[in-house]
Design a protein around this ligand. Sequence first.
Ligand code: ADP
Ligand code: MG
Length: 233
Amino acid sequence: EKERTMQSEKLSTAGQLAAGIAHEIRNPLTAINGFMKLLRSSKDKSDQYISIIESELKRIEFIVNELLVLSKPQKNHTSTPLNLMSLIDQVITLMYGQASLKNIEIVTQYPDKPFILIMGVENQLKQVFINLLKNALEAMNHGGMIQVYLQVIDKEVQIRVQDQGYGMTKDQMDALGKPFYTTKDTGTGLGFMITQNIIHNHGGAITVDSILEQGTTFTVSLPMIMIADKENF
Ligand code: ADP
Ligand code: MG
């Protein structure tokens, strides 16, 4: 019975995703079609029409790029032992430019024994932390701090990403993970779904806590292989 419920949930997610993709790509295509027609009939406004067409094409490209991340697991899913702390440091370095442009500091807090080994697909796990940090940055419009905590509990490692952004309502938290759910003008609403997908494929879990106007905390748990001082390894 439980198995059956899970199966039908899976199908409806796939169905939701397909319907979402069709819808999200049809909108810019319709716009492009319309402006192409206008372009034929009136040449004087061609610059304006062309720039609208370009931005609609960019939107399609954006959506398709995000979706490609979903298809990657099938292609390249070699799981290897990974040093979680250095993986997170690499991602933070990657986001450093965007953060400093917005006057945001990304602060880390690691355990005393910072050599934490997990099994995982490097690019996918990087994608997880890129998506979480990107959302945190996008939620913060007045500068501030994003804190990344790493904590080991038994055979599990917890990574908390805590921002000081605009936060989420209960309804928004419930809607998280639905394909194409976004509150942003130029959002795709795919990032969190991809994040959740990758974490589940790694035998982990993700939860969210948020207070409106104060900030949001995402907690990722992943199975751990070992923890040590770097020197002992
Ligand atoms: P996108 O970023 O393209 O909107 P996501 O799937 O990454 O899509 O996120 C979905 C929605 O979840 C966002 O539009 C936003 O409303 C909400 N959200 C995600 N992360 C945060 C956060 N750190 N703070 C506030 N809202 C968030
Ligand atoms: Mg996002």
